[in-house]
Write a protein that binds this ligand. Structure first.
Ligand code: NAD
Ligand code: DAU
Length: 336
């Protein structure tokens, strides 16, 4: 298939691109704005590989999107990962979240409609809000809590409206919390791993009893590819990981894997509007033949080892904009 992958220089997008090129023989053009989270380093092992091309541009720019679709041969499908993805940043400054999720998704949908392209929107379990007990299905009502999840939910509704109104061949795939190599260290797992390795404190929000449903990025990327190939248009598919765990337990596992000290744990002020628990039922996508392959204990150990061995990837981040973000968010500087 000839694909336009938007946001393909990010954590999950680059994992998806690697799979599609190497395991499925697809041709891929990546369109990515290269925000602080988008990095060509995430794709550097693919440079020069047949069928791969990178283009820098924003999804809210119709000319850049048209150029990228044409460069893809033209593209037969758009898979949209492009997003602002950090909840804490959406609380501090929601502006870019509205622009990328609302306007950007609209521009892509218009381009897909004009070209008669297949469209897959990558979305999140956070659109359902928090669930104390039980698990969300695709029919659960949308009840997003943060500017991040509210703008993602808005984008999902726009996608479904394009299917309903214009018969666009669009499908949505909603994932639970991803982890794995190449994840920007503002997110819980890479943040805790790098802080543990550097002797920094491990900032746990509130009581640390918030529960997340962990899925390895390779499993979520495979689910998105599966939905692209086998999903029905106009449908939503949830892809949740096989394991749930409270944040404090995740941090304890990381301490064990890195040899850090328990005393590095520091309970800090809670996130405003913090969702207590996420849990996704994946029965619908499992019925299409997908299932997660990586259990959390194995995937976490492999992820910790990757960060420990790949300083070339995170050293430029820890010495750049991230230091300022961290100082502002946590009220303290990172160790050198
Ligand atoms: P990420 O922050 O690592 O990457 C996002 C990518 O989008 C970056 O490369 C960035 O440069 C690019 N981008 C941002 N705004 C853009 C714009 N306006 N135009 C073009 N490119 C733009 O994010 P991620 O964790 O890889 O998430 C990818 C997608 O998966 C997102 O849509 C996110 O909502 C969804 N998702 C993430 C998780 C998770 O746990 N990380 C879970 C479920 C769903
Ligand atoms: O559920 C899917 C979502 O998972 C994605 O849609 C988002 O893009 C992704 O960022 C993620 O959102 P979370 O808010 O769950 O992820 P984050 O890594 O920011 O936080 C995970 C949990 O850890 C959450 O309960 C907050 C907590 N936390 C996070 C950080 C950064 C801490 O306790 N301390 C921290 O320093």
């Amino acid at each position: 298939m000839r694909l336009l992958v938007c946001g393909g220089a990010g954590f999950i997008g680059s994992t998806f691109v690697r799979q599609r090129l190497r395991e499925h023989g697809d041709e891929v053009v990546v369109l990515d704005k290269l925000t602080y989270a988008g990095r060509e380093e995430n794709l550097q092992d693919l440079a020069g590989e047949q069928g791969f091309r990178f283009m820098r541009g924003a999804i809210e720019d119709p000319a850049a999107v048209a150029e990228a679709i044409a460069a893809a041969g033209p593209a037969q499908a758009i898979v949209n990962f492009a997003a602002e993805t950090h909840v804490d940043r959406s609380i501090a400054d929601p502006d870019a979240f509205v622009a990328t999720h609302a306007l950007g998704t609209y521009v892509l949908l218009e381009a897909a409609r004009a070209g008669g392209l297949r469209y897959v929107q990558v979305s999140t379990d956070e659109v359902y809000g928090s669930i104390e007990q039980g698990t969300f299905t695709e029919d659960s009502p949308l009840a997003p809590s943060s500017p991040y999840s509210a703008t993602k939910a808005g984008a999902d509704l726009l996608v479904l409206s394009y299917h309903h109104t214009y018969e666009l061949a669009a499908t949505i795939c909603r994932g639970s919390n991803n982890y794995g190599p190449y994840q920007y260290p503002e997110k819980l797992i890479p943040l805790m791993v790098l802080n543990a390795l550097h002797g920094d404190s491990l900032p746990v929000y509130g009581d640390g009893m918030q529960v997340r449903n962990w899925i390895h990025a390779t499993d979520f990327a495979r689910a998105i590819g599966h939905v692209l190939e086998h999903g029905a248009v106009g449908e939503v598919y949830n892809a949740g990981g096989p394991d749930e765990e409270a944040n404090i337990e995740v941090v304890r596992r990381i301490i064990e894997l890195t040899g850090a000290a328990q005393s590095q744990i520091e309970h800090v002020k809670d996130r405003p509007g913090h969702d207590r628990r996420y849990s996704l039922s994946s029965e619908k996508v499992r019925a299409l033949g997908w299932e997660p392959r990586v259990r959390f204990a194995d995937g976490l150990a492999e992820t910790v080892a990757w960060y420990a061995e790949n300083g070339w990837w995170w050293e430029p981040i820890r010495s750049g904009e991230y230091r300022e973000y961290y100082a502002q968010q946590y009220g303290r500087a990172l160790q050198d």
